[in-house]
Design a protein around this ligand. Structure first.
Ligand code: HQG
Length: 179
């Protein structure tokens, strides 16, 4: 694992799930102060330089993190399980969205629809390749196609994170089909 990937995993874990382990709290929007993060990481024997942090934010394969405009705050763009208001704005989705999962989950999803499980939202993509990659993390990938147009017309709310991940509360069975 490269150093930048190691840092990305450290940041994902603490900025999405366990900021408390570093003695940090996320502000609305999911933000923490860069200085406080770097100090807390150092105190927990994981020193990160400002340059490395900047490289991770800029070069991360999925653009998982963002700085605010001033560059003094950082956050994970999506994927949180810790309670935080990410202050996302509702956006009209594309007509079709995709969700990548794995073969063992199909039966349950066909029965219950897509649930957010331990995260804040169900994660969706506008392209099939991304869904394929997401599903392949857990086993043999299976792609569900979502009728986002019908959901949107029915009043379901969608958000799009800064890194282009589409998010919503749930996908009822009637809007799903295996692609
Ligand atoms: C499944 C990664 C049974 C769902 C990825 C998924 C993504 C159900 C798993 C982001 C179900 C939850 C999120 C139901 C949903 N019955 N299984 N009713 N409803 N599931 O990790 O979408 O690298 O919370 O299909 O690339 O896999 O972390 O969600 O398999 O963008 O940045 O339950 O995480 O990004 O798993 O992944 P997750 P996900 P990062």
């Amino acid at each position: 694992m490269t150093r930048l990937v190691k840092i990305s995993k450290f940041l994902s874990y603490h900025l999405r799930h366990r900021p408390d382990l570093l003695g940090l709290e996320l502000s609305p929007g999911g933000w923490v102060e860069v200085n406080r993060l770097l100090q807390a990481a150092k105190k927990h024997n994981f020193s990160i330089s400002s340059l490395e942090l900047q490289q991770v934010v800029e070069q991360n394969d999925k653009q998982r993190f963002s700085f605010n405009e001033r560059g003094n705050l950082i956050r994970a763009n999506q994927g949180h399980s810790v309670r935080v208001d990410l202050q996302l704005k509702p956006v009209t989705p594309p007509d079709v969205l995709y969700h990548g999962t794995y073969s063992k989950a199909i039966a349950s999803i066909k029965k219950q629809g897509l649930k957010k499980m331990s995260r804040h939202h169900v994660h969706l993509s506008s392209d099939i390749n991304t869904a394929q990659r997401v599903g392949a993390r857990r086993g043999y990938p299976v792609i569900f196609q979502i009728d986002a147009l019908a959901m949107s017309k029915a009043g379901y709310i969608f958000y799009c994170s800064d890194n282009g991940v589409w998010l919503t509360e749930e996908i009822p069975v009637k809007y799903l089909q295996v692609h």
